[in-house]
Design a protein around this ligand. Structure first.
Ligand code: F6R
Length: 335
């Protein structure tokens, strides 16, 4: 499974190292009307995961923006974290420039690249990340950086202590998580995973989908309850006409009681239309501990699916080719 498996197993240490790096960056306060995390792919998901873990402790807008622009309504003076593992993602570089135009207070999380260069020449603080990982394997760093910008901007309380405890929880649960990942991979088999989450688990479902896409090179889909109960639920009637789909539902004890009931009913109703239906729930004390447990489980599941198919989870030939063919910003399309 290349270095990807080691990187996933190192997640507890990534959390601890991220906290240390954030402290070492000696960041000043950034009180702001809103906190925005700009990034793409593996560097964006940390923003949504952090916001989900913070839950109803968020007291000011805290949002993740993927793309070239900030929302037109972004308040001037917002705290903007530009998060790019490589530091060379053009959308994030465009977000960095848009944040300057907005008069935002900027912060950067990266290993280097153009983003680090620009931040250093602009005097923008940088949370330096360790090189040598695939961006999606640096998810713990991105969650910690996003939680920090939420705290600095006063959008939410600081959760560094909970993050540290989550690292210990992950270490304790690592073997059980690995076992569950293997049994889930067997249940999914050759089917296409369709993953549902709600509240805390909504962005985790999306993370699982993306990890299956990038690591196992397989289509996968994710949805959010209760919304999916108002449309997508019907689609399962035709599922077996177009393939084999495994339904994975991510429970969490903090979900609204009606959301919990909906997960149960959705599982029942999908039942025989899916090749497998599995429900998963983490048992950590805090939301952030449960979130990391499920993130690690999904990462390991995707690696098992990659192994079953004999594909290299690290390689991303299509994404690399697309970036090559797109050329540098401002260049004409190469067809
Ligand atoms: C690669 C991955 C991608 C990247 C994305 C943005 O492992 O997960 O989704 O995260 O292409 O690149 P970075 O993170 O370098 O800004």
């Amino acid at each position: 499974m290349s270095g990807m498996l080691e990187a996933v197993k190192e997640m507890p240490n990534h959390i601890r190292d991220a906290l240390w790096r954030i402290e070492s960056a000696r960041l000043g306060p950034m009180e702001a009307p809103a906190a925005i995390i700009c990034g793409m792919g593996g560097s964006a998901i940390g923003g949504e995961l952090a916001a989900a873990a913070l839950g109803d402790r968020v007291s000011r807008p805290l949002l993740t923006v993927r793309g070239y622009q900030l929302p037109s309504w972004s308040p001037a003076g917002s705290a903007v974290l530009c998060s790019s593992y490589s530091g060379n993602t053009e959308e994030t570089l465009a977000g960095y420039a848009a944040a300057e135009a907005l008069g935002a207070q900027r912060l950067v999380a990266t290993t280097g690249g153009k983003l680090a260069e620009q931040a250093r020449s602009d005097g923008v603080p940088v949370i330096g990340l360790p090189a040598g990982l695939r961006p999606r394997a640096a998810v713990a760093y991105m969650v910690c950086a996003a939680a920090e910008v939420a705290a600095l901007s006063l959008a939410a309380p600081r959760i560094a202590t909970e993050l540290d405890a989550a690292a210990s929880h992950l270490t304790e649960r690592r073997d059980a998580i690995a076992e569950r990942a293997l049994s889930l991979a067997e249940e999914v088999g050759d089917a296409t995973p369709v993953i549902y989450g709600s509240d805390l688990t909504a962005p985790i479902a999306y993370r699982w989908k993306c990890q299956v896409n990038e690591n196992a090179k397989l289509p996968a889909f994710s949805g959010v309850l209760p919304e999916a109960d108002h449309n997508e639920l019907e689609s399962w009637a035709g599922a077996s006409d177009c393939g084999s789909f495994a339904c994975l539902l991510l429970d969490d004890r903090d979900q609204h009681p009606r959301e919990r009931q909906r997960i149960q009913l959705t599982a029942d109703l999908i039942g025989s239309s899916a090749s497998a239906v599995a429900r998963v729930e983490a048992d950590g004390e805090t939301r952030i501990a449960r979130l990391f447990e499920l993130v690690m489980l999904g990462d390991l599941l995707s690696l098992h699916l990659a192994e079953r198919r004999g594909v290299d989870p690290s390689a991303m030939p299509r994404i690399d080719e697309l970036k090559d063919r797109l050329g540098p910003p401002g260049s004409a399309s190469q067809g």
